[in-house]
Design a protein around this ligand. Structure first.
Ligand code: ADP
Ligand code: MG
Length: 752
């Protein structure tokens, strides 16, 4: 991680180049790396038993001498047995090893070993099969609490244990103490050396608990310090004052009366924008709570104040929809809306960018393409990120930093690939890291170059305001961390007239009835989604248990759609949308669906977030077991957006009781918060939004769901530390500062 000096693994006893390469796959290149490679469980091998007293089924160590030369027999091809007899003062034990012929010579008659395994008693005969063993006095894999490491092919746990032993001996005493002494005292945390020693080789379970607790606390402390620092960096910026209109004036533009919650959020936003401080606000609301209208208010106010607004959506599909909706809503009020997607090239794009640079566009809607290097704003006042969990903390930090410096994508990386897949990763290599081109500040050409030279200058008229919208009801524990650096408005009220989506779990045997139900819905004028868990680009394969059926590839989805049209619903209009279609195609399919020209839309998860077609009243989710609960809840949010009773049918042929139980939880409630908590409990935060989509630095030991108390304690400690020493500049905080910096590697601007 840090510098690459120190002892390499190749050349250590038992580690040749081949093994070293395998270890590298586990992220282990230097011996010191092993110190941070923690066991994932432990086996208690401390119990030592006399042979004559061991009970049937008992798992224990036996210290015994090999009585005579072991015998090797070939039972048949591919099956070799080594039989040995060992004795202690109380009796004899028969050992059988399968396919380990070399043991005949390895076990020396007359020598004493410790054997660990399960005792079997048959009459008077006591035996063990395939015991683990080592010479008496070695104490490496017997007679202790044994750490068990995640392994890879060709690397046994024994190899890992030996490496860990070396790493602990050599490096544990040298690790710096990152937790300030006062904090350690206050929270009863053990010292760093003890912690490393005992997390690998616990003296007993109490010591292990102390070690784990300290490691978790340390990790959470670094995390919460980082968040507190980010918050501190943003909290104080001056913001340009925007007072172009009030929520009441805006409400007149809407086709409906805003809910109380929407009104409160708008009042919050209007207050922020007029305050003279940079806004940094999250609007959080369950699917269908009406976040778009709130975003529209921000954009409208911004435009009325003579500034431009950029609205960033996580997928092109959603960007297109937003552009349509907002143009319809705000166009009549004179707001000029533009759509910029990655797909759009050529002269259209050129003209759009020229209009933007000339200040002839008030609201630019798009994906990450909004921050391409050739996008130049005339006068950017507000950035809105919709469905923000898809962007994550790092991206938001980048946004806020854009506010702190003249607007520029210098710290903004590019999305790796696919929709909703990767994170933005700023790196020096792709020219988007610090020091990369600063090309899109608000004054264009010559001045831009000047600003690039002195990145970090304060803008006279204040920072860009930032508004983020999150559809996902994030569990409170996680919200505490992720949004620790934001002000929050919550939309806790659905627009009137919604009834909860009725959700059912069905098996393959109900398919014909299900198709019948589709026909009934369409006959009543409704529309239907059928979602398939196809692998989208950049999304990887399975999301959930291995026992489940494979995801369809896009070809299969295409075939499925064709089949539905030709064989199942010849009388209906079936459409297809997926992530690899061209922007144009997607847009036209979605537009047709929104216009009611498509009855049944077969889709991949591209419709997961934000898509809004109120006439759709039924969503069928194929292979539902392949999705996480929160994701299913998002998908279900595609229906129930209008006045019609809506249905969600989860189809699964999974036999796994756990999978079915998970899905039943979804049938039982429409409360996004409850579902999110359940999802967090079942999957952990790493998986909560799909891979790493929460955007937090990856944690090694802490578990948000399980370690809530420690999280709260660490957060308090972090806030106190940062309040007393805002840059963590004091010498006694230097190790902690280094730790935080390392954890937030992706946000180099965290300190400066
Ligand atoms: P989300 O919070 O999921 O982004 P949307 O902004 O897409 O929700 O709104 C969901 C649907 O509810 C849209 O069709 C929108 O027009 C409608 N809607 C939003 N606010 C209201 C309201 N106050 N009254 C009635 N309908 C509303
Ligand atoms: Mg939305």
């Amino acid at each position: 991680m840090s510098d690459r000096s120190g002892i390499g693994l190749t050349g250590l006893p038992g580690i040749g180049p081949a093994r070293a390469a395998k270890l590298a796959r586990l992220g282990l290149e230097r011996l010191e790396d092993v110190l941070d490679y923690f066991p994932f469980r432990y086996e208690d091998r401390r119990s030592i038993q006399a042979i004559g007293e061991a009970q049937d089924g008992e798992v224990c160590c036996v210290v015994a001498m090999v009585a005579r030369r072991p015998e090797l027999s070939r039972v048949r091809k591919g099956l070799e047995l080594v039989k040995a007899q060992v004795v202690d003062d109380t009796g004899a034990l028969h050992l059988t090893f399968f396919n380990q012929a070399y043991l005949r010579d390895a076990l020396r008659p007359g020598e004493r070993y410790v054997f660990y395994g399960r005792i079997e008693v048959m009459g008077r005969r006591r035996s063990m099969t395939n015991p683990v063993f080592e010479r008496e006095g070695t104490g490496q894999v017997t007679g202790r609490i044994l750490p068990v490491y995640s392994l890879t092919a060709g690397i046994t746990n024994r190899v890992m244990v030996e490496l860990a032993q070396r790493a602990v001996t050599l490096y544990a005493p040298r690790r710096e103490e990152t937790v300030p002494q006062r904090v350690r005292m206050e929270h009863g945390l053990c010292q760093v050396e003890f912690a490393y020693q005992n997390i690998h080789f616990p003296a007993d379970f109490q010591a292990l608990e102390a070690a784990r607790r300290r490691m978790i606390f340390e990790e959470l402390l670094a995390l919460t310090c980082g968040m507190a620092l980010l918050k501190g960096r943003r909290g104080h910026g001056a913001g340009r004052v925007l007072r172009g209109g009030t929520p009441a004036e805006f409400a007149a533009l809407l086709p409906f009366a805003p809910t109380g919650a929407q009104q409160r959020a708008m009042v919050d936003i209007a207050g922020d924008l007029a305050s003279g401080r940079a806004m940094n606000r999250l609007v959080q609301g369950d699917v269908g709570s009406g976040k778009t209208a709130v975003a529209a208010f921000g954009a409208w106010l911004c435009a009325r104040s003579g500034c431009q607004c950029a609205l960033m959506a996580p997928t092109e599909l959603l960007a297109e929809q937003h552009a349509r909706t907002l143009d319809a809503m705000l166009g009549p009020a004179g707001v000029r809306v533009g759509l910029l997607t990655g797909g759009g090239r050529g002269s259209g794009r050129k003209a759009l960018l020229a209009a933007l640079a000339a200040g002839e566009i008030d609201l630019l809607v798009g994906t990450h393409a909004l921050f391409s290097s050739d996008v130049v704003y005339a006068n950017l006042g507000l950035v809105i990120a919709d469905e923000q969990h898809r962007f994550g903390v790092a991206q938001r930090a980048a946004l806020a930093v854009k506010g702190a410096t003249p607007w520029a994508p210098s710290k903004m990386g590019r999305r790796e690939s696919g929709e909703g897949g990767g994170d933005f990763i700023p790196t020096a290599a792709n020219g988007m890291g610090p020091g990369g081109p600063v090309t899109a500040c608000r004054d264009g050409g010559a001045q831009r170059a000047a600003l690039a030279a002195q990145d970090g200058v304060e803008e006279q008229d204040g920072q860009t305001h930032v508004l983020v919208m999150s559809a996902t009801p994030i569990p409170r524990t996680l919200a505490l961390i992720i949004y620790g650096d934001l002000d929050v408005s919550i939309l806790d009220e659905l627009p009137p007239g919604r009834s909860p989506v009725a959700t059912y779990l069905v098996g393959e045997d109900k398919r014909q009835r299900l198709y019948g139900f589709v026909r009934t819905q369409v006959a009543q004028g409704r529309q239907v989604y059928i979602v398939c868990p196809a692998v989208e680009e950049g999304e990887g394969g399975a999301r959930w248990g291995q026992e489940d059926g494979p995801a369809l590839d896009l070809k299969a989805v295409t075939t499925y759609a064709k089949d539905l049209q030709e064989r199942v619903f010849p009388e209906l209009r079936v459409g297809l949308v997926h992530g690899r279609m061209k922007t144009r195609e997607k847009e036209s399919v979605m537009a047709a669906f929104a216009a009611g020209e498509v009855d049944v839309l077969v889709a991949t998860t591209v419709v997961e977030v934000g898509v809004d077609v109120p006439n759709a009243a039924l969503i069928i989710i194929e292979n539902a077991e392949r999705f996480g609960l929160s994701q299913l809840h998002q998908l279900r949010g595609r229906v129930g957006r209008g006045k019609h009773q809506s249905y969600c049918v989860l189809v699964t042929s999974s036999k796994s009781e756990a999978a079915r139980e998970r899905l039943r939880a979804l049938c039982a409630t429409n409360d996004g918060f409850q579902i999110a908590e359940e999802d967090l409990r079942l999957r952990g935060p790493g998986d909560f939004f799909g891979k790493r989509q929460h955007g937090l630095p990856q944690l090694k030991v802490a578990d948000f769901a399980a370690d809530v108390d420690l999280l709260q304690q660490a957060k308090q400690a972090a806030e106190a530390l940062v309040a007393a020493d805002p840059g963590l500049d004091r010498p006694e905080h230097a190790p902690l500062r280094r730790r935080v910096r390392k954890m937030f590697e992706q946000e180099p601007e965290i300190f400066n």
